[in-house]
Design a protein around this ligand. Structure first.
Ligand code: KE4
Length: 425
């Protein structure tokens, strides 16, 4: 850990907190971040050469694991022609068509460079299309760091215990209502008064940023009905769940048809890509076709398009999700067994290959439930697992990701480590 420590000290001199994204800082779990030198398959190696089984997978993009041959080959082929042109390329059409084919509610799609850009743009489009300002989001959901959405947010905001964020104008924050996730009655009550001033409801169809929390059966359908009743744009933020929980995303699992969908992570195959898309009648309002402006120097970058296309091709192969489900279920079941045997009260929450081990004896259905978890115990668990070569998200309010590169041996080694660490908690 010596080289990592030295790198962290050096990083802190020129980079705020020594990291380029707060969730990487590890402060909330009482340790310093590992500096990573390389990854291969399900493994990553820190600057000191220590190997870990990686369950962060760059926070979701690496559903194929690190350096999948098809992805590397696609990036190299694109690079051979140049890395960026600031002009349209065929690769952008190819990825747009692949997204449209995989997600029927998406008739048109615009590529951007991050999930934050995707949600910011979708919100602007909803406001432009409805002429309304109001937004409904949900406590514990995280939709990137755009001003309108940094209200009662999850992920790093929750991890750092920041109530919102300085710098977000009160007027902007005031146009966003954050309600309780999974509480459709709270939404119905809110829209009675404010529905006609609300441009959009944005929701993670499976929450991943308060830890993994599945929607209650009536929740998503209830949002669809409310949106229809009040002319509100329903945005499913599938930046994390898109191509993660199913090829068609969470909307295909739960049978919900949104007006807009935001995407990211997996569609970039590890390179910076976000996207938003949906009903043609909405997307045609985006410049230059329509008046709602959104732009980006590197949007649709050919290398990123190539990495995304190669990834979508691999995950579209028959049996891909079934295999992922088998390993993910085995991991979740094994963790529960290990905790029970160690006498540690936990709740495992899993949808597909994204899961969270909550240090709480009770089910977690919303952010209030998640905040009741024993964060000290989580911190000790995180550190113990890392000492045993298992690299987990350094926050109770995040998801573990299983990739196609995780082997039976990886799962077994993870469970052996968990048995030891949970027993010593
Ligand atoms: P980015 O701007 O970080 O690419 O995407 C923002 C975003 C939007 N919507 C959802 C549902 C998301 O999960 C995210 C980003 N996820 C976090 C991890 N929980 C990114 C990790 C980080 O902030 O470094």
């Amino acid at each position: 850990m010596e080289k990592s420590k030295k790198l962290f000290v050096r990083a802190c001199k020129t980079i705020p907190g020594g990291v380029n994204s707060p969730v990487r800082a590890c402060g909330s779990v009482g340790t310093d971040p590992c500096f990573i030198a390389r990854g291969q398959g399900s493994a990553i190696f820190d600057a000191d050469g220590k190997q870990y089984i990686d369950y962060i997978g760059s926070w979701g993009p690496l559903i194929l694991g690190h350096r999948h041959p098809a992805v590397i080959k696609a990036i190299e082929a694109a690079l051979a022609n140049g890395c960026t042109f600031g002009a349209p390329t065929e690769l952008e059409i190819d990825l747009a068509e692949a997204v449209v084919q995989a997600i029927p509610s998406v008739e048109m799609v615009r590529m951007v460079n991050s999930g934050t850009e995707a949600t910011m743009s979708a919100i602007r489009l909803a406001r432009g299309a409805t002429g309304r300002d109001g937004i409904i989001k949900f406590d514990g959901c995280y939709h990137g760091h755009g001003d309108s959405l940094l209200v009662a947010a999850g992920s790093g905001v929750a991890t750092l215990g920041i109530p919102g964020s300085p710098g977000v104008p009160d007027a902007v924050a005031a146009s966003t209502a954050s309600l309780e996730y999974n509480n459709i009655e709270a939404v119905r009550a809110y829209v009675k008064e404010k529905g006609n001033q609300t441009a959009a409801i944005i929701v993670e169809p499976v929450a991943g940023n308060m830890g993994v929390v599945a929607p209650k059966p009536e929740f998503l359908q209830g949002l669809r009905e409310v949106a229809d009743q009040y002319g509100i744009v329903l945005i499913l933020d599938e930046v994390m769940t898109g191509f993660r929980v199913a090829l068609g995303g969470a909307q295909s699992l739960y049978g919900i048809v949104p007006d807009l969908t935001t995407l990211g992570k997996i569609i970039g195959g590890g390179l910076p890509v976000g996207a938003y898309g949906g009903k043609r009648s909405l997307m045609e309002q985006i410049a230059p076709q329509g008046p709602v402006y959104q732009a980006g120097t590197l949007s649709g970058n050919p290398m990123a398009m190539a990495a995304g296309l190669a990834t979508l091709k691999e995950i579209s192969t028959p049996g891909f999700y079934e295999a992922l489900e088998k390993y993910s279920a085995a991991l979740a079941q094994g963790l529960k067994t290990a905790a029970d045997q160690a006498g540690v009260s936990v709740t495992i929450s899993r949808v597909g290959s994204m899961l969270t081990l909550f240090f709480s004896p009770d089910p977690v259905e919303n952010f209030e439930d998640a905040k009741k978890c024993d964060l000290d115990k989580f911190a000790r668990f995180y550190q113990g697992m890392r000492d045993h070569g298992v690299y987990l998200p350094p926050s109770q309010f995040e998801a573990w990701f299983v990739s196609a590169a995780h082997s039976k041996q990886d799962i077994q080694a993870t469970l052996e480590a968990a048995e030891k660490v949970l027993t010593q908690l």
